[in-house]
Design a protein around this ligand. Structure first.
Ligand SMILES: [Zn+2]
Length: 421
């Protein structure tokens, strides 16, 4: 999936302030008259709270109080300028609770308020009832009171747990199992600062799954043992930034293990997926809370990033299917080639054997013929020897010299005219 499509899915809607900057700007105030929580929308610091009443004016009258449980002082001013999100601020020297344990409670409060506002405005939860901190889920072995409980008209329950303090994986698992036994969908949201938010170290950022980073992803955080336990049980960790009302989804860009070395590394061969359970860190894909839905079938909060994860998982599965088919095809081809080679080799071997056998037969025949010849020669020699034995000695031993030829006859004496030789 291209960057454009990702951006379209993950960051549609108006431009927002950057989320997960660990901004501790206070956006909630308690109205002194009604004791209700008032929420300062983004960019509205110079606007009107109600027709005729400006935020600044109301604050100037000391009518908006700090909601931190151990504070309660009226805010001194509205900060509405510069790059930061518009927020309430104490007078100098007041409201020293930002450094202590107070803000945790304050942020817990803010997160719950933001969640309630979202759930109340969510079209999918239109006729649901919301319970803030007041309805326990009871089972025979005990009870738990979720931070925000949404109950559908037909009794379906969604428990939102906002976790700012430290929590072990074992405790989380016990609570998760408790909700599962009670038939409640539990959605866990971690803090945007504090013990649940540890920025990834430079060394972790250099890890293969973190090197590639979408420009829209807000930050990189470490995955604690708790987060890894969640991943082991198929729950993708989510973070909530109540200041910007953004939900952060744990995200990484994973390259499948079987990628061949020559393949292009990130753009096409990598998939935007939740981190694996062994990863020490991940990116945070930030999405506006109002674009999130509760997925009851999957028992999770379906953020735009989770939608991307599902598309990417399908793409990965399709690609793996294609790769497997291709591998099977290649294997089959190789097998055919191998068989063909084997067949040819066997044929060649048989041919060779046949040739050897033919040559051997030929040689044998030649040898036999030679032997016959030898026998015949010996036989002839023997016969000759025997014939020789049978010959008369005169013939056996012929005279060594030719006999003198007889002298010419002498002319008779009465023919003296014939000259003597
Ligand atoms: Zn305060």
């Amino acid at each position: 999936m291209g960057t454009a499509r990702r951006r379209e899915l993950m960051n549609s809607g108006p431009r927002r302030p950057r989320a997960f900057t660990q901004d501790t700007a206070q956006i909630l105030a308690v109205d002194k008259q009604t004791k209700q929580l008032r929420y300062l929308p983004a960019g509205e610091g110079n606007g009107e709270m109600e027709p005729g009443v400006t935020w600044r004016g109301h604050v100037a009258q000391g009518m908006l109080l700090c909601p931190a449980p151990d504070c309660g002082l009226p805010f001194g001013r509205v900060v509405a300028g510069g790059a930061r999100r518009h927020h309430f601020a104490h007078r100098p020297g007041e409201g020293e609770h930002d450094a202590g344990t107070g803000p945790e409670t304050l942020w817990h409060l803010s997160a719950k308020d933001v969640l309630c506002r979202w759930a109340a405005a969510h079209p999918g939860l239109a006729d649901w009832t919301l319970h803030l901190d007041d309805t326990p889920i009871t089972l025979p072995e005990g009870w738990r009171r979720p931070d925000v409980l949404a109950v559908s008209p037909d009794g379906g329950k969604v428990a939102f747990e906002v976790q700012y303090s430290a929590l072990t994986g074992t405790d989380w698992k016990a609570r998760h199992d408790f909700y599962a036994r009670a038939g409640v969908v539990d959605i866990w949201l971690f803090a945007h600062h504090g013990p649940q938010w540890r920025a990834a170290t430079p060394r972790q950022r250099r890890r293969r799954e973190l090197v590639w980073r979408d420009p829209d992803w807000a930050a990189s955080v470490q995955l604690s043992g708790l987060h890894q336990t969640m991943l082991r049980h198929g729950v993708v960790p989510l973070w909530l930034d109540p200041t910007t009302q953004m939900i952060g989804t744990a995200t990484t860009r994973i390259r499948p293990a079987n990628t061949s070395p020559g393949e292009r590394l990130w753009e096409d061969a990598a998939y935007t997926l939740p981190p694996r359970r062994t990863f020490p860190a991940c990116h945070i894909a930030a999405d506006p809370l109002e674009q999130c839905d509760v997925d009851f079938a999957a028992r999770e909060l379906l953020t735009p990033a989770r939608r991307v994860h599902r598309e990417e998982r399908d793409r990965l599965q399709a690609d793996e299917q294609i790769a497997q088919e291709r591998a099977a095809r290649v294997r089959a081809q190789l097998r055919t080639q191998q068989e063909e080679r084997t067949r040819l080799r066997r044929a060649a071997e048989q041919e060779k054997r046949r040739a050897i056998a033919a040559r051997a037969a030929e040689e044998q025949a030649e040898r036999e013929e030679r032997e016959q010849e030898e026998l015949r020669r010996k036989e002839e020699e023997r016969a000759a020897a025997e014939a020789w034995q049978r010959m008369p000695p005169a013939q056996q031993f012929p005279p060594m010299f030719e006999q003198e030829p007889p002298p010419p006859p002498k002319p008779p004496w009465w023919k003296p005219w014939q000259r003597r030789a």
